[in-house]
Design a protein. Structure first.
Length: 401
């Protein structure tokens, strides 16, 4: 993905089919059926909406949209209705809203002609603050569980003359070049900025442990992306994965027992079955010490990435896209039951996959706090708009609107 937001740039994440894995730790095997109810739609009125984010109380969705001709942050009820423009600053493109755990603050990125900064504001758009005041490249904002700190990736302290692209890789296709980046943490008011990593590579995607004492992240400091973990102050950095493939997008489970991540280490299976090379990513799980690494989505014809745990820890939502060269293979939308290591998984698509249409169709799924609704970006009309779907679990009544 491009590291710095560009003026009027659309989402740089290639959209995929949204998929969920139902995770059941107990034995005997319990299979959880998933039913989908399209319960609401938030329509775009311009070029596109991106980055849906639920408020902690589940009553509002923050999103970025260029309804006004430049990117602004809006809020809207999950069932639609009038949206509210919180930023309305033509000279700055605001994107990637992230709610604080208590719902009192929204952090976001603001990109101007001289670079990007991290901002915060109240949910009504008031009390706007520039937390960084050091224009540069910023990415991957994430609140600590107690809301006292914000972790992020940035090249802010790397001289622009040293912004030589370093080899990266993307699950969306061939290797890409990205700028070096380090990880930082700061207080919620922007004070106490602390640099956590220090190398000439790319450290990205910080993920807080539920107790707030550690951060998992990805780094290509050994030549390809691996998953690392460190204390929240940057000490005791430990490499959890080690292979010659790409491990990325770490996501800590709500109970702290697992880290989910995306990896193309199973790419050799794709090559064995098809005789062709490709970027085939699957969703893996491992313990926070790196043990018990296991492939949970187990596909040789799909790219699975960006895992997001449901707040109750029962599901993993992720983006999935069939390899273009395998378009037309039958059965790739079927439900698959995967068992092993005490984890029982049911894989099912939550959105349709039609390879005859634009593959950039569905992306950016975000869980509601109740773990029963998902907001995501749909481009079925070629323009990005936010939809909300509801997932019905056994014993739960499916809401009707």
């Amino acid at each position: 993905m491009p590291y710095q937001a560009s003026r009027r740039a659309k989402s740089s994440i290639s959209p995929f089919v949204l998929v969920a894995i139902a995770v059941v730790i107990a034995i005997p095997v319990v299979v959880i059926a998933i039913a989908v109810n399209m319960s609401g739609e938030i329509e775009s009125r311009a070029d596109g909406d991106e980055y849906p984010a639920w408020s902690p109380d589940g009553l509002r969705i923050a999103l970025a949209s260029d309804d006004t001709g430049d990117w602004d942050i809006f809020t809207q009820r999950p069932d639609g209705g009038v949206r509210t423009n919180l930023t309305n600053t033509p000279e700055i493109d605001e994107t990637r809203p992230v709610w604080s755990p208590d719902g009192t603050i929204i952090a976001f990125l603001g990109a101007a002609s001289n670079g990007t900064d991290i901002y915060t504001m109240r949910p009504d758009g008031t009390d706007r603050k520039n937390l960084t005041n050091q224009p540069g490249s910023y990415l991957d904002l994430t609140w600590s569980p107690d809301g006292s700190k914000i972790a992020f990736a940035s090249s802010r302290d790397i001289p622009r003359d040293d912004w030589t692209p370093v080899p990266g890789s993307s699950m969306q296709g061939p290797p890409v070049d990205i700028r070096p980046a380090e990880l930082y943490v700061m207080n919620a008011d922007g004070t106490g900025v602390q640099r956590l990593t220090n190398n000439d590579k790319a450290d990205l995607n910080p993920s807080w442990s539920p107790d707030g004492t550690q951060l998992a992240f990805q780094s290509n400091r050994d030549g390809d992306y691996e998953i690392f973990v460190m204390n929240a102050d940057g000490s005791e950095q430990k490499q959890l994965t080690s292979n010659n493939r790409v491990d990325s997008d770490p996501a800590w489970s709500p109970d702290g027992a697992w880290i989910a991540f995306s990896s193309n280490r199973a790419q050799t299976e794709f090559e064995e079955h098809t005789g062709a090379s490709g970027q085939v990513f699957s969703i893996f799980l491992m313990r926070p010490d790196g043990s018990e690494q296991q492939n949970r989505s187990a596909s040789i014809i799909r790219n699975d990435g960006a895992p997001r745990w449901s707040p109750d820890g029962r599901f993993i939502l992720f983006d999935s896209r069939t390899q273009g060269r395998l378009a037309g293979v039958e059965g790739f939308n079927e439900i698959t039951v995967i068992t092993g290591a005490g984890l029982n998984s049911l894989r099912t698509p939550l959105t349709p996959s039609d390879q005859s249409t634009d593959p950039d169709l569905f992306t950016s799924g975000a869980w509601a706090p109740d773990s029963r609704r998902i907001a995501y970006v749909s481009r079925e009309s070629k323009l990005g708009h936010i939809r909300v779907m509801e997932i019905a679990l056994p014993g739960q009544a499916q809401a009707v609107r």
